[in-house]
Design a protein around this ligand. Structure first.
Ligand SMILES: [Zn+2]
Length: 199
């Protein structure tokens, strides 16, 4: 909603941020204007530049300045394994583990019919095209272990059922250094279900 009042416009625009209501928007606006005008300038410029220059990678759907991002372009990565994640931050976390060398697909969300987020909103067609484009042998579903994340994983698994592609889901279990005494019963139950053979 645009008004004729510059300050009101700023407050109104800040409300587009997640979790920012009228009061926080007001506080943020005053902060930027009063305490950190230089920071505000940098913020405004980076938002403008990002909007102008960043788009989605044609292959993995992650944000990039190029048509195809550096991960998709890399010759060193395994081109037959595709890991599906909800958000770019999930991809970053997985990259930081240095234990995955395959490709990615970023859904930019999760299925959530109540919020009007269906297959189209999470780019399922682009995912299926991506799978068709190169010879993918395994799709790893690394969506969150929330109701929506699980539904999304199940939905994709169902779509790939008739193909020869191996579809796997990342495992749930105890955290590193986790003591059984302090683990919630849901996680503990799942770690029993997904137990692995040692010898
Ligand atoms: Zn990419």
């Amino acid at each position: 909603m645009q008004t004729n009042n510059i300050l009101e416009n700023l407050i109104e625009s800040l409300k587009c941020l997640p979790g920012v209501g009228p009061k926080s928007a007001l506080r943020l606006a005053y902060y930027l204007l009063q305490r950190d005008r230089q920071g505000a300038k940098i913020l405004a410029n980076s938002i403008e530049e990002s909007l102008k220059k960043l788009g989605h990678c044609q292959l993995c759907n992650n944000f990039t300045e190029e048509d195809i991002c550096s991960i998709c372009n890399s010759q060193k990565r395994l081109s037959d394994t595709l890991c599906v994640v909800e958000m770019p931050t999930d991809l970053l976390m997985l990259e930081q583990t240095h234990s995955y060398e395959g490709m990615y697909f970023v859904l930019m969300g999760r299925l959530s019919p109540l919020d009007g987020i269906g297959p189209k909103e999470i780019h399922i067609n682009k995912l299926l095209e991506r799978i068709k484009k190169s010879e993918i042998n395994e799709v790893i579903l690394a969506t969150n272990f929330t109701t929506e994340g699980n539904t999304t994983a199940q939905y994709i698994a169902e779509l790939l059922k008739e193909t020869n592609i191996k579809v796997t889901r990342i495992a749930r279990g105890l955290p590193m250094g986790g003591e059984i005494e302090y683990i919630d019963s849901g996680t503990l139950a799942q770690s029993l279900v997904e137990r692995k053979k040692l010898t």
